[in-house]
Ligand binder design. Structure first.
Ligand SMILES: Nc1ncnc2c1ncn2[C@@H]1O[C@H](COP(=O)(O)OP(=O)(O)OP(=O)(O)O)[C@@H](O)[C@H]1O
Ligand SMILES: [Mg+2]
Length: 333
């Protein structure tokens, strides 16, 4: 494991049982996360973003899921190999996760303070009074106004944005080193979305956390992350740091996602979408998984599964520029 990474996922392949057989949901996923970095994972619905994130804390339904291969090194230890008790400790206290729908994760019959307090009592052994006092401080940190009063309220009294702030307060209660946010703002309107993403950015700096931000929205990813992995049909197809992906996208799928970003200067009615849809995991296409939708596909793309090519400087792609591809396959197509 490289000293410079807090998390390293390598060769991760996850399968689900469906109709008596095992279906591969993600295959050979490699990702790294550096301290204080915000890694963005982007891709259309069904591309494998959540399966990848849930694997880190082994939150999949145990009976119908198997991790067929791979390692998830957290500070040098393989999370796939740690005992359940140790994993439960890491979950929440060192690696925390927030999801799209805060209401389904909040308990409707407990006050906000009781719920945040519960996390603190379990993980930090605080008594009820101390936990409640700390909960007020956490609500302040996530910028919920009038925290002292709000701490006694029930979740249904709060707006969607406020509920997501409560979830973030619970997630950061034990000062985790990594926060995984899976579509944290997808259910919120655009202004609230920006407030929550700004809050996550500020907290990352204040607490020195690393963040994995998952979104299908390339606009969100471009603004809030400093390294980006593009997923398609269960695989990472391209990766870059900084603006590398936007300045010079290499994979035609990435280019398609970029064309679909709404732009003030562009007529929204004419927003480009990528024709077709992601292949079904149970009937994965041979060759490059994107070839049926790819405007640049060569004959070889139908049969030869492209390997990830490392271009140095944390730049990787499964599809080098066309000229190089034609050179690489020796003019066979
Ligand atoms: N528990 C499960 N059982 C069976 N298949 C699953 C399960 N969870 C996910 N899958 C399959 O794994 C693939 C990847 O799903 P995943 O939820 O990771 O996509 P996603 O990129 O998070 O999409 P979205 O943007 O809709 O959240 C899909 O084909 C999905 O149907
Ligand atoms: Mg998802």
């Amino acid at each position: 494991m490289s000293e410079s990474n807090i998390l390293e996922i390598s060769g991760l392949t996850v399968e689900f049982r469906s109709g008596g057989r095992w279906i591969t949901a993600i295959r050979d996923v490699d990702l790294t996360l550096a301290p204080r970095q915000c890694l963005g994972i982007v891709g259309e619905s069904g591309s494998g973003k959540s399966v990848t994130a849930l694997s880190i804390l082994r939150l999949h339904p145990a009976k119908s899921t198997r991790i067929a291969s791979g390692r998830i090194l957290y500070q040098g230890r393989d999370l796939l190999a740690v005992a359940p008790g140790e994993l439960a400790r890491i979950r929440g206290s060192e690696i925390a996760m927030i999801f799209q729908d805060p209401m389904s994760s909040l308990n409707p019959v407990l006050t906000i303070g009781e719920q945040i307090g519960e996390t603190l009592r379990i993980h930090q052994g605080l008594n009820r009074a101390d936990a409640l006092a700390k909960a007020v401080g956490l609500l302040d940190m996530v910028r919920i106004p009038d925290a002292r009063r709000r701490v006694a309220e029930y979740p249904h009294r709060l707006s969607g944005g406020m509920r997501q702030r409560v979830m973030i307060a619970m997630a950061i209660a034990c000062r985790p080193k990594i926060l995984i946010a899976d579509e944290p703002t997808t259910a919120l309107d655009v202004t609230v979305q920006a407030q929550i993403l700004n809050l996550l950015r500020d907290l990352r700096e204040e607490l020195g956390m690393s963040v994995i931000l998952i979104s299908h929205d390339m606009g969100v990813i471009s603004e809030f992350t400093d390294k980006i992995a593009v997923m398609y049909a269960g695989q990472v197809v391209e990766q870059a740091v900084g603006d590398g992906l936007f300045d010079a996208p290499m994979h035609p799928y990435t280019s398609g996602l970029l064309r679909a970003i709404p732009n003030i200067d562009r007529d929204v009615d004419r927003l480009a979408t990528i024709p077709g849809s992601i292949p079904d995991a149970a009937r994965m296409v041979p060759g490059c998984r994107f070839h049926p939708r790819c405007p640049e596909a060569l004959e070889s793309c139908r049969s030869e599964a492209p390997a990830m090519i490392d271009l140095g400087g944390l730049r990787q792609t499964r599809c080098p520029p066309r000229a190089e591809r034609q050179g690489m396959i020796g003019g066979r197509s």
